[in-house]
Design a protein around this ligand. Structure first.
Ligand code: ADP
Ligand code: MG
Length: 251
């Protein structure tokens, strides 16, 4: 198995991680080592456990067996910490998730009726001439994330995560809820981040991003890491039938 992360200092290490949801075995003895500065793209069919993998790394989910270490320190086991939010803060492993559906509906409305934003501003007490040059940028600065486009919201989410000065960042299909024209701006931000040396685990169906930015592609199916390789190798010569089948459907 190609281990392109082997030469780097291991930053996130999953060793024999098992996770069940009731009778469902969602992660089956997962071993994964992410090196410092490495960009690992995780792909695989829906339901294969990709989100669960992310959620175990940032401690939104507990694990049933195995260990996860972050920069050499084991993540604490369940019960020793006050709550998921505190654990997440303490471990500083942010996860960027899709823009929520309702925000997406709102941005559609705003695009369909460009005046809506302005009107909304007036309704909230903005002065009638609020759309002259200078104040346009002021209102933009003051706007809350929900009034930004989905792409802008994701870039804000990434900036906020970066402000935590994380050792690693997780992305769980960050562009999946975005309209096509916004996907690239988010992927460009992520590509820059990758090039800046950030350690990243990215679940995505954006194979262009994987080819461009990934050091390693990890292919998951049915709760297992089926194969992993450098992107070029994986995309041109997948070895497993599951990966071949998956790629034939999405490429
Ligand atoms: P992916 O992100 O690859 O689509 P997930 O990690 O979201 O996969 O889900 C893996 C499997 O675990 C799916 O069968 C899903 O239905 C199930 N699952 C995920 N979260 C839960 C949960 N909180 N409770 C029960 N089942 C879950
Ligand atoms: Mg998922």
């Amino acid at each position: 198995m190609t281990e392109t992360g082997a030469s780097r200092r291991p930053l996130v290490v999953l060793d024999g991680v098992d996770k069940h949801f009731g009778a469902l075995h969602v992660l089956k003895h997962v071993d994964l080592s992410v090196g410092e500065g490495e960009v690992v793209v995780v792909i695989g069919p829906s339901g294969s456990g990709k989100s669960t993998l992310c959620r175990t790394i940032n401690r939104l989910e507990t694990i049933d067996a195995g260990t996860i270490t972050l920069d050499g320190r084991p993540l604490p086991s369940e019960g020793k910490e006050p709550g998921p939010a505190a654990r997440r803060r303490r471990h500083g492993v942010p996860v960027v998730q899709p823009v929520r559906a309702q925000d997406r509906a709102r941005q559609r409305d705003a695009r369909a009726d460009p005046g809506a934003r302005h009107l909304e501003g007036r309704r909230r007490g903005a002065r009638p001439r609020a759309c002259s040059n200078g104040s346009a940028s002021t209102s933009r600065r003051a706007s809350t994330p929900r009034r930004l486009s989905g792409g802008q919201q994701q870039r804000v989410a990434i900036a906020r995560a970066l402000a935590m000065d994380p050792k690693v960042m997780l992305f769980d299909e960050p562009t999946s809820a975005l309209d096509p024209e916004m996907i690239n701006e988010v992927l460009d931000t992520m590509t820059s981040l990758a090039r800046s040396g950030m350690t990243m685990v990215v679940v995505t169906h954006e194979m262009g991003f994987a080819r461009r930015a990934a050091d390693r592609v990890v292919f998951m199916a049915d709760g297992e890491i089926v194969e992993q390789a450098e992107p070029e190798t994986f995309f041109t010569a997948p070895r497993s039938d599951r990966a071949k089948d998956f790629l034939s459907k999405i490429l």
